[in-house]
Design a protein around this ligand. Sequence first.
Ligand SMILES: Cc1cc2nc3c(=O)[nH]c(=O)nc-3n(C[C@H](O)[C@H](O)[C@H](O)COP(=O)(O)OP(=O)(O)OC[C@H]3O[C@@H](n4cnc5c(N)ncnc54)[C@H](O)[C@@H]3O)c2cc1C
Length: 403
Amino acid sequence: MALESVIIAGGGMAGFATARELRSRGFTGQLTLIDPEGLPYDRPPLSKDYLLGTRTRDQILLAGEDWFRDRRIEVLAGRAAALKPDEGVVLLEDGRELAADRIVLATGAAARKLDVPGSDLETVLELRNRADADKLRDVLRPGVRLAIVGAGLIGAETASAALALGAEVTLVDPVDPPLVPAVGTTLARRLHRMHEERGIRVLTGIPAAITVQGQEHRLALADGAAVYADAVLVGIGVVPETGLAVSAGLDTDNGILVDEHQRTSHPKIYAVGDAARVRLPDGTLLRRAEHWEHARNTGITAGAALLGQELPNHGAPWFWSDRHGVHVEGVGSMAGEGRVVIREKEGLPAAAFRLDADGRLEGCAAIDGGFTVRAARRIIDRRIPVDPAQLADSAVDLRKLAR
Ligand SMILES: Cc1cc2nc3c(=O)[nH]c(=O)nc-3n(C[C@H](O)[C@H](O)[C@H](O)COP(=O)(O)OP(=O)(O)OC[C@H]3O[C@@H](n4cnc5c(N)ncnc54)[C@H](O)[C@@H]3O)c2cc1C
């Protein structure tokens, strides 16, 4: 039976990409996108240009109202509260009930809460959505003391933006250096060192409690040290939004479990983006990805799968991050066994390559090295054999090795 209607719950990059893909692949049926935040917008700028004030609310929209109207994609402001999977029904928080042939869960993830006394204080901030960014932006002014818990991607980006806005930033992380699984130890060290070089106070420690007296927050660390700040931001990762799936009885395990078609354990329901996690046919659970391109790609896959078309091959996963004026990119996986080769530029580690036991390139990360990462991606995807000595030699153009 031809597909006549699709409801997408969640209008982040993954939900948006699913809708866009369905239309660009010729789906003419009814298409509804539900999100409490209204028109889809892009999240990466929230810790970068939007926080800095160099991009506006309109400039971070993934598309304007006209775009949705022209494509007959109905954007409903609302929150999906429950599903009736067999009937293809989505119940909204406000009591409305919608039905479609297929439902796509694109509910993303929520900021992980810090599990210490005081972390639920209203003045303890997080950064996942536009309202969070607006709240943070309101407190960031020259001289304000900001303590950030977590120096991973979002913590580090926010520290960099806050510093640029004149804040006095203290960055606390239990691990030194953070980000090793994403970029490898050598680049992680260089990136983490940049914070102190730019004037951020960096502490290695485990938060134990947050108290507030008047306007002043006291972030106590387990070793007895304390950080005093006007505001505290917690950036310690995310948890997938699986609530709808759990209550509907779908299989979940740190994510809504899907196959390579983005199909959940119920035939009428698909899941995409940060909320979804792939379970292979043999039961192996893949690591859940939490990056922008992955969200977009899973939406593209879901669009193809819903229409019964051939699935695209997206190749090795890729992410980027920006801090202190440098651009970081990673492709494939830097985590795991194998040999790591470092390429230097002007005496500093600029790229890291991870090779598996057979000498195949598995992952690459680079600082201000977009060409390098693009070439590495090609090498990984095509399984092109590479010589570690050439990877390490900055005089060798990696694009030549990727041919
Ligand atoms: C501040 C920040 C900076 C980032 N920077 C980068 C970066 O530099 N590079 C990179 O690769 N990645 C980055 N990311 C990660 C990237 O943005 C995410 O991987 C991507 O947004 C995931 O898209 P998604 O659609 O799966 O989820 P989300 O973007 O989280 O969207 C989910 C949507 O679902 C909605 N929703 C939730 N529950 C319901 C419900 N019950 N009913 C209806 N709607 C619901 C939410 O309101 C939300 O709009 C960043 C993320 C953040 C927060």
